[in-house]
Design a protein around this ligand. Structure first.
Ligand SMILES: [Zn+2]
Length: 283
């Protein structure tokens, strides 16, 4: 009788422990899931992938003039453009930098030019680039201030060449256009920020090496124009990309095959034009 009672008690204790473990593990699973998803919510979907920025930085590095190289070497303390190219996104983790969020993109109606568009009072990628250039150029500014704006400039010229960063307001630059990428939920903005380039599976050094094989004549041609021409060019491409998907469409190999060349061209242009902006700045 006593043994049976003890056994029942033990059994009861065991089932309680296992319930607790179950509850705990459910909680743990939820916490782990939340931690995994957190970066998505924190950064939204507005980050031209690290690979994209580094390719742009690496290609630019290959086209710097001697004077520019020396100036950059001093300000960036020996670090490469590829290394500092992601800084603009890295600081998004710190709320103190929230005011720089509108710097990464611009939205205006399709079919008109940036110059004719109504400007945001919070600034946009073009006003940001102009501000960075002015601060870097003026040697009376503190070294710290010039370095901060140099790192931002390197980042923003990259963003300028991701077509969905020069987009339209009503769907938040394609963020509201839901699609699937190889069976995973995504959206048009993220396809161009990350999915396409990441699915290609090459490192930034490999990509930069493969892409940067254009003739001097082509380099000159790609470097033509100003940031006002470049933003309108991205904006026009963006208009075409809206027609490249239907809401809810399952994208994969075919889409990558159709658009990889455009992606590569934008990376190449971004790199060459970043070199031009920097060469002009430090000449
Ligand atoms: Zn950015």
């Amino acid at each position: 009788m006593y043994i049976a009672k003890r056994f029942r008690k033990l059994n009861f204790a065991c089932s309680k422990v296992s319930t607790l473990i179950r509850q705990y593990s459910t909680k743990m699973k939820k916490t782990v899931l939340l931690l995994l998803l957190l970066p998505m919510f924190m950064f939204g979907n507005t980050i031209w992938s690290k690979t994209g920025h580094r390719v742009t930085g690496q290609i630019a590095q290959n086209h710097l003039k001697g004077k520019t190289k020396r100036a950059l070497n001093d300000l960036l303390e020996g670090h490469s453009l590829a290394f500092v190219s992601t800084y603009g996104d890295d600081i998004k983790a710190d709320r103190a930098y929230n005011k720089y969020s509108p710097w990464h993109y611009v939205n205006y109606p399709l079919g008109i030019s940036y110059k004719d568009s109504e400007k945001s009072k919070d600034g946009d990628i073009i006003t940001a680039i102009e501000e960075c250039k002015a601060i870097i150029k003026n040697k009376n500014n503190s070294r710290e201030d010039r370095i901060f704006h140099l790192k931002m400039l390197v980042h923003l010229i990259g963003d300028l060449h991701q077509p969905m960063h020069a987009s339209r307001e009503e769907d938040k630059g394609g963020n509201d256009i839901q699609v699937q990428w190889f069976g995973q939920g995504s959206n048009l903005h993220r396809v161009w920020d990350q999915n396409l380039i990441e699915s290609y599976g090459m490192t930034y050094t490999e990509l930069a090496h493969e892409l940067d094989k254009v003739s001097k004549k082509e380099v000159k041609k790609m470097q033509e124009g100003t940031i006002y021409d470049w933003v309108d060019e991205s904006h026009q491409i963006c208009g075409e990309l809206y027609d490249s998907v239907k809401v809810g469409e399952k994208l994969g190999y075919q889409y990558a095959y159709n658009y990889n060349d455009l992606l590569f061209e934008q990376l190449q242009k971004g790199g060459l034009r970043l070199a031009k902006v920097l060469n002009d700045l430090f000449e």
